[in-house]
Design a protein around this ligand. Sequence first.
Ligand SMILES: [Zn+2]
Length: 692
Amino acid sequence: METVTENPLLSRAFRIPFKDIRADHVEPGVQAILARAQEKIDALAQDPEPRSYENTVRVLDEITQEVSESLGPIHHLLSVAETPELREAFNAVLPDITQFWSRLPLHEGLWSQVKTFAGTPEAKELDGLQARHLEKTLKEFRRAGADLPPKEKERLEEIRVQLARLQRKFSENVLDATAAYALHLTDPSRLEGLPDGPLSRFRERAREEGKEGWILTLDYPSYEPVMKYARDRSLREELHRAYVGRCRGDAFDNVPLLPRILALRQELAEILGHRHFPDYRLEEAMAKSGDRAMAFEEDLVDRTRPYWERDLQELRDYAETLGIPEIEPWDVAFVAESLRKERFEIDDEILRPFFPLSQVLDGLFLLTERLFGLTVTEVQNDQTWHPDVRSYELRDESGIWLGSFYTDWLPRKEKRQGAWMNDLLTGGPGEDGDFRPHLGFVAGNFSPPEEDRPSLLTHREVQTVFHEFGHLLHHLTSRVPIPGRGGLNVAWDWVELPSQIMENWSWEEEALALFAGHFETGEPLPSELLQRMTAARRFLGGWNQMRQLSLGTLDLALHGELAMELQEAPPDSAGETVLDFAVERLLPFSPTRTFAEHHILTTFSHLFSGGYAAGYYSYLWSEVLDADAFTRFKEEGVSNPETGRAYLGAILSRGDSADPEVLFREFMGRDPDPEALLNRNLGPSPERRRGG
Ligand SMILES: [Zn+2]
């Protein structure tokens, strides 16, 4: 029999023994972690000693950090090395984990100790960072409902359970409706224009079902190429109607769920003392309130509209040359793709040979050294979860070991899709003058090496590597002594600044020289190719930005204006009210009424089952910040080490040690200006309308 101390989940070693973690460690490990934490929380709640920062805030921080960092390796393995056994073991303990976190801020004894400390003279005299941390900690308890009378706490709990259930149902419906659709074609002329890749996937799908011809589905990798390349307009229309028609009055109807979810969020916000959900949701974000987020959207809508009109005209003109008299929603991607090809003669495959993965990484590390004085060294590590995994150390100019990280770039069956970054351990400067190193992780799913060639990236994938590495640096360079205020623990409309800003370098000739070179000949990226790439970057920028703005505006209006008018338990028929409201709100962003009617509300998982409710605006919000901050590099030199150090000192290493506005001002000397985003994404103004 194994004793609990041999469970690798309890090891707390910096070099996490991933390779030893098995599914049967999960249940006993998690129970031990939670029980130990609960014991400490109860002890803190009953501790009769007078309250101090050390015996209250610090102790609570240590307890919660230990739980989240001990559970980290399980979450991590579920994303990179999932087995049915691991998934099952995790699902068995998931309710306990969820309950632990949701009960923590409602623990009366604990909350009373924290409040008692907040009232002491010591608390009033805390230094800046500790005072900020105490204030944020109190806020977290209150936002969870710690101050409410028992009846309202109970109602809050009910709302959270109901919301979780409805949101899960919403996303199940989207998955099921998508899976339920298949369009079987046998006439090859209907598929004219489609590239070989999708065609062979459609044929394969038909073969799997024992059929001749092709089967088209509504999964995005199947739907997108049809909308972009199929010359058969009626095919595009048929598929588009099916796509936007999902979960709208069919067997997987999400329409009645919309008003219920909105009404419950409204009720939750009201119980917690807010006018509506956006105000509750954005209280701790940079935007601070629903009105401010909406004002941000409206300002950008005004500035973007002339570009949008220009792009729309261009699409209409080109559509006519293709024999399309009036452009409809199912024509846009097709017309845009045809025009892009004609104008820029550029696609992924032309660029790919210039971006071998290992060369891109070497260049990125070199850039990191030049800009920030940080060195990356690969190290041996035999404790990882797969032989593809690499381990590195990051040091600063004085040789301080800031942290370590893993990379895992190639696809595997048991690994999740996409690219992402994880913070595994959060360190920082200690009181003894030592620096406790951070630990992080980045992953992608890039095409693996083949016999005659290494792993080669598209330029979009190069940007992804830079993006995730930006998140990683934000975590690894944190010098904030309180882990809960360090690294990525920042306002959520600020967290994408350090990642998105890194993407800018992947477009700069100076930086490209460090990593772009043909994998066979070593030839650098021809400048003529770079020019076409750069020109294509802004193609239909106004059109695309307006689409983001339409969704951000609709999100805020639904959760604010509309939700406030809904009854507390809305009848099914209120679903139609929500749909009508959406159409009206989308009209100003739509060339024709059909565009507004073909909205994606019933499958919009970001809003109704993901974390972007009242937060869709944040995509553009952080783009404004990164485009603007990068202008300082453009002015002072994109490899200027002084600018790099200034950015590291003012933003990258500072986590949430001060308000993001303050950090931004420290680096830029002023508040953010959206003009930089317009310049980068949209180019020179067609007829720029400035306010007044
Ligand atoms: Zn990101």
